[in-house]
Ligand binder design. Structure first.
Ligand SMILES: C[S@@+](CC[C@H](N)C(=O)[O-])C[C@H]1O[C@@H](n2cnc3c(N)ncnc32)[C@H](O)[C@@H]1O
Length: 218
């Protein structure tokens, strides 16, 4: 998807000056998600954001990565591609409906052995993670009304050098449309405001994809 706020020509220029965008597994996964789940396939992140996630995981030399909200596994595939040898990705997803497609994609990408799926409400799953600072990278992309809870559960579990990436923080521009008071928009606005006011982390918002906030514990 075009980064929020970027013109078509600037977006195209940025894409053309990064690694190539063609990725056979991502194309298969987009097509299969559309075929099986229709418009919901729009929830898959784009290749540009995927490469960004992979790069962050690789820079972090991550052993432990956590994803909150997996759908058919697109972002998980990119996160897993950045893992070091022996590294693992734990994916929290509410339902198992999408898992068959996700597992097929991960096998095609050669990363299935690094990914563990845990089904059920992510808040319960995150609360069961060890209460120590062991997570290198986390990606939050599930129900928007749960973002605050996910951040609160993840922050104390992040390594001091760890980073949390939060998706959809610009919400296709609706975040600044005051006439939009849908529950998800209000939840994202409240989340963004709360992040900006916290003194236990440092945050920077990037206009990549639908907006991504990078948060590190301080
Ligand atoms: C935007 S999609 C994830 C897309 C995926 N990260 C990607 O880019 O390929 C959001 C996912 O969060 C899941 N979800 C919604 N509420 C959840 C909850 N309470 N706990 C865990 N997952 C949840 C949905 O089932 C859906 O698959």
């Amino acid at each position: 998807m075009r980064s929020v706020g970027a013109s078509e020509s600037i977006h195209r220029y940025a894409l053309e000056h990064a690694n190539p965008l063609d990725d056979a597994v991502a194309e298969w996964l987009n097509a299969t998600s559309r075929e099986r789940f229709g418009r919901a396939a729009g929830m898959n992140i784009g290749v540009d954001q995927g490469r960004f996630l992979k790069t962050i995981v690789a820079i972090a030399q991550a052993d432990t990565v956590v994803e909150v909200g997996t759908f058919t596994g697109m972002s998980a595939m990119w996160l897993a591609r950045g893992l070091s040898d022996g590294g693992r990705l734990i994916c929290f997803e509410l339902v198992d409906t999408y898992a068959e497609v996700a597992r097929e994609a991960w096998a095609r990408a050669g990363v299935d052995d690094r990914i563990e799926m845990r089904f059920g409400p992510a808040a319960d799953g995150l609360a069961e993670l060890p209460d120590t600072r062991h997570v290198d990278v986390a990606f939050i992309d599930a129900d928007k009304t749960g973002y605050q809870t996910y951040l609160d559960l993840l922050l104390p579990r992040m390594k001091p050098t760890g980073v949390i990436l939060v998706d959809n923080v610009l919400w296709s521009g609706r975040i600044i449309d005051e006439s939009d008071d849908s529950p998800d928009t209000l939840a994202l606005r409240a989340f963004n405001d709360a992040v900006a006011g916290r003194d236990d982390c440092e945050a920077v918002m990037l206009a990549i994809g639908d907006g991504v906030t990078m948060i590190r514990p301080t």
